[in-house]
Structures are given as structure tokens and as C-alpha cells.
Design a protein around this ligand. Structure first.
Ligand code: HEM
Length: 392
């Protein structure tokens, strides 16, 4: 019943989720982990102190040890992931999360997005174009680079590294993939280590956090700071690219362009699009205690896989869950819940609102000529790398 690597399930995981939710909503997979598909259960695990983050970190550390015996050094990945806040539990999690949220000034972010959207749209001069490669895949990395104050010319390089690094959050990572991941980590660490002391950088989040940290009572180490920057880049990249691509696909195929274009503000409608196709489909947790959920005995150390995409389509919570109802205002779990709730939800929403509105205004009546194609090869973050469209 659980086959997240099957290409059919990557393209359309919802029938698999429906079956699991109906037949075995808390399911022990052959790989040993527990699979959760009901909304209330997923929400419960995300908000309970009995479950912690870090299941991927453990697995990766085991991979590092194994490869070290074969004289393959992949310690860079551990260095990069050392302080990924997603992997940490309190109190270290609280310290790093506070450091970012308390010191991230949101002023000016909307202007940055608007400028980037205008630049990208103005570069599209043909009536047929690839909405992903020419627009949605570029916008998030351009925006994060500019927010951090990094040279804009670096955004494509950082985008490619983030695309490699996101595999660190996959459900299953092969040893071969770990080696690729290690290479991306090494480049990311080198990049940000240089930037920590680069006086020529523009004003931005990076310079600001480095300066605040210098005067902090309990400053983060350089390695911790580097992990923060890498994770902000990684967390904001594929998720936003996926959401933008999927949103355009849904808007075009569900005939929503003319309905959205007349609305002054589409923030409510975005919530429904976020529910309908969550970019992050799977989250992982580890049981910190022996617990029982719905008569299932979960042992300390067990791994839990939470299917957000399934929870967001649970008919016990959402009426006609497989329909897009723009005015639904759903309480989806797309940005998670509890202490690890997405720290950049506001940014993802700004980016998508401005991008969608401007595209619909500029490109009248888009139709799909090919795609979506070239899907990401895993279900944890679900999306595609090409969607060819025609204007008019
Ligand atoms: C549509 C886009 C996005 C989606 C769907 C998304 C989704 C998520 C989810 C589900 C989590 C919780 C993970 C867990 O509990 O294990 C999360 C955490 C996080 N997200 Fe996002 N995210 C998006 C965009 C962003 C952006 C733009 C940023 C930029 C800074 C960002 C930064 C983070 C960070 C730092 C965390 C970890 C928070 C913590 O552990 O305390 N995300 N995101």
C-alpha cells in the first residue's frame, strides 16, 4: 500500500493516500516506519512533545560512518546539516529559530519580489515559453539571494546547489546520493564561509545576522551560522518553485484565470491552492518515548512519516477534498504545525501572490502546450521542472 518511489505515485499520490487512509490510516510500512495519512493524526504528531525531528540526520550520520569504512569521506554533509533547525529539538532549536525570527526585518521584501517578477516577465518575449525554466524556477533563488544581500549573479549557482541539497530531506537517500549531497554541501559551506567575512557584500539579511551575532550574549558559531544560511536557501527554493509551478498548472487546467484576475487580492485563494497540492508531501519524525496512538504501539526510536498531502485531502475535515473551492479558506497543514512551523510561509505567500497576479495580468489566457514534465524524482517535495505554455 505504501510505494512512494513508484513514478505513478509521484505523479499522482492521492489514490495511494486514499487507500491508506481508508484501510490503514496508521500503517507500518515494510521499510519499518509508520505512515500517517489522517489529518488529525498528522496534526497530533506535529504538535506533540513525544516526537522529535532529526530522523534524516541519524540516517545520514549512519551513511557517513559506513562510507568512512570504505575510505569515502562525506563529512561535509554533516558539517552543513549540523544546525539545520529542522533537525533540532529544543533547546538548540529554540535558540536558532529565535535568532532568525527576531532579527529578520521584512521591510523591503515586497519591492524585491516585485522587481524580480518584472525583470523575469520582461525577459519573456515569445508567445510560447516554459513557465518553469523561464520564470518559476528562477524567481525564488533570485529573491532569496537579493534578500540575503548576495551578488545576484550567484543565484543560478545557489539554485543548483539547493536543488542537490534538498535531497537531504528526502525520505530515503541512497549512499550514491549521499556522495552527491556531500559535494553540494562542501560547495555551499565554502560559499557561505567566504561570505561571512566578505565586506563587499550589499546590505541584507546575511550581513545583518552576522553583525547581530557578533554582539549576541551567546553567539552562534560560524558553522551554526553557515548552516542557517544554507538551510534558509534550501528550504525556500524547491518548495517555492514547486508551489508556483503547481499553482499555475491548477489555475490553467481548472479554468481559474479569469476568476482570479478580477480579484484585487488572492491571498484566500492561495490558501486553497496550497491545500490542494502541497509542495512538501512528507514530513519525518522520531518517537522520543513509547506511545500509543489509536491502538498502535509506537516504540521510542521508531520513525514516523506524515503525509501532509493526504491530510490536506482528508474528507473528514475537508468537504469534497478533491475539488478546488477558492473560497474555502482551509486550515491546511502545508506549512506544518507546531514548533517547526514554516518560518518562511509569509515569504512564500508574498512571492506567489505577486508572481501569479503579474503573470495573469501580462499573459492573457495561458494555455498549456506541453507538460508538466520532468517531475522531481521523489515524493517528499513534489513538483516538476517544465511546463510549456502559450499566451492568448
Ligand atoms: C510554498 C513554499 C513552502 C512550503 C510548502 C514550506 C513548507 C514547510 C514545512 C512543511 C515545514 C515544516 C517541516 C517540519 O515540520 O518538519 C517548513 C519548515 C521551514 N521552512 Fe518552509 N516552506 C516553504 C517556503 C519556505 C521559505 C520561502 C522559507 C524561507 C526562508 C522557508 C523556511 C523554512 C524554515 C527555516 C523551516 C524550519 C523551521 C523550523 O524547523 O523551526 N520555507 N517549511
Amino acid at each position: 500500500m505504501w510505494n512512494p518511489l513508484d513514478q505513478n505515485n509521484i505523479h499522482n499520490p492521492y489514490p495511494m493516500y486514499d487507500l491508506l487512509r481508508k484501510e490503514a490510516p496508521i500503517y507500518k510500512a515494510q521499510t519499518g516506519e509508520w505512515i500517517f495519512t489522517r489529518y488529525e493524526d498528522v496534526k497530533h504528531v506535529l504538535t506533540s512533545k513525544n516526537y522529535g525531528g532529526g530522523n534524516r540526520k541519524d540516517w545520514i550520520e549512519r551513511g557517513v560512518e559506513y562510507l568512512a569504512q570504505k575510505d569515502i569521506d562525506i563529512s561535509h554533509i554533516v558539517e552543513a546539516m549540523n544546525s539545520f533547525i529542522l533537525q533540532l529539538d529544543p533547546p538548540s532549536h529554540t535558540k536558532i529559530r529565535r535568532f532568525v525570527t527576531d532579527n529578520w526585518d521584512k521591510n523591503g521584501v515586497e519591492d524585491i519580489i516585485q522587481n524580480n517578477v518584472n525583470t523575469l516577465i520582461n525577459n519573456i518575449t515569445t508567445p510560447e515559453f516554459d513557465l518553469v525554466t523561464e520564470f518559476t524556477a528562477k524567481l525564488p533563488s533570485m529573491t532569496t539571494a537579493k534578500i540575503m544581500g548576495l551578488p545576484i549573479a550567484d543565484h543560478a549557482y545557489l539554485h543548483d546547489l539547493a536543488t542537490e541539497m534538498i535531497k537531504a530531506l528526502d525520505l530515503y537517500v541512497s549512499l550514491k546520493e549521499l556522495v552527491v549531497l556531500n559535494d553540494a554541501s562542501k560547495k555551499f559551506v565554502t560559499y557561505f564561509r567566504d561570505k561571512l567575512t566578505d565586506n563587499s557584500l550589499s546590505e541584507g539579511l546575511l550581513k545583518h545576522l552576522v553583525s547581530v551575532n557578533k554582539h549576541a550574549e551567546e553567539p552562534l558559531t560560524d558553522n551554526e551560522l553557515i548552516s542557517v544560511f544554507i538551510f534558509l536557501f534550501v528550504a525556500s527554493e524547491e518548495t517555492s518553485v514547486s508551489f508556483l509551478g503547481m499553482s499555475f498548472y491548477n489555475i490553467i487546467t481548472h479554468d481559474l484565470q479569469s476568476e482570479l484576475i478580477v480579484r484585487e487580492n488572492i491571498s484566500l485563494e492561495l490558501e486553497e491552492l496550497l491545500r490542494f497540492n502541497s509542495p512538501v508531501q512528507l514530513l519525518g519524525r522520531i518517537a522520543l518515548e513509547d506511545t500509543i496512538i489509536d491502538n498502535h504501539r509506537i516504540k521510542k526510536g521508531d520513525t514516523l512519516t506524515l503525509c501532509i498531502g493526504a491530510a490536506n485531502r482528508d474528507p473528514a475535515v475537508f468537504e469534497s477534498p478533491n475539488e478546488i473551492q477558492l473560497d474555502r479558506n482551509p486550515k491546511h497543514l502545508t506549512f506544518g504545525k507546531g514548533i517547526h512551523y514554516c518560518l518562511g510561509d509569509w515569504l512564500a505567500k508574498y512571492v506567489s501572490e505577486i508572481a501569479i497576479r503579474e503573470c495573469l495580468l501580462k499573459f492573457n489566457n495561458l494555455t498549456i502546450i506541453e507538460g508538466p514534465t520532468d517531475w522531481y524524482n521523489n515524493l517528499a517535495i513534489r513538483g516538476f521542472r517544465s511546463l510549456k505554455v502559450r499566451v492568448g
